[in-house]
Design a binder for this molecule. Structure first.
Ligand code: 523
Length: 137
């Protein structure tokens, strides 16, 4: 049973989809929680920040790309009880950005066909979103 007193942390994440229908996943670096697992890039929403603004900021910081809000398409929510917090995470879909995707904060980046995403070990919050993405794309 999940501890109802655990704080809820809002994290936003993005499935970037390229022209060939491949999805970007990023490997969490050593020294961070869930190191080695492949996540949909994103990060925490700061207090008072709109989720879309947080995602635009994170994509710029982590990947060096610029995204406009209009390009962030409908999303699905992930929800997972980690040991010390409850993660609530909308996953947005984005097919258009400017700039070149660059590995800045992750251990590795990979463009992966939706049918192959399940081959990459993911954080428990991200893994259930793969089926949704496969059906959508
Ligand atoms: N997740 C997660 N999936 C996912 C992301 C972007 C984040 O499960 N796609 C989790 C991992 C962390 C928490 O959400 O437990 C916050 O992630 P992040 O990357 O914003 O923060 P960290 O790992 O840099 O943590 P702080 O140092 O506390 O900021």
């Amino acid at each position: 049973m999940t501890d109802p007193a655990l704080p809820t942390v809002l994290v936003v994440a993005c499935a970037l989809v390229d022209i060939d229908g491949r999805v970007l996943i990023a490997q969490r670096p050593q020294g961070k929680a869930l190191a080695g697992l492949w996540e949909f890039p994103g990060g925490k929403v700061e207090p008072g920040e709109r989720p879309e603004a947080a995602l635009i900021r994170e994509l710029d910081e982590e990947l060096g790309i610029q995204v406009t809000e209009a390009c962030l398409a409908p999303f699905v929510f992930a929800s997972h009880a980690y040991d010390s917090f409850h993660l609530l995470m909308p996953l947005y879909l984005c097919r258009r950005w400017s700039g070149v995707v660059t590995q800045r904060e992750h251990a590795a980046l990979a463009w992966v066909k939706p049918s192959k995403l399940a081959d990459y070990p993911m954080p428990p919050a991200d893994a259930p979103l793969v089926a949704w993405l496969r059906d959508l794309l």
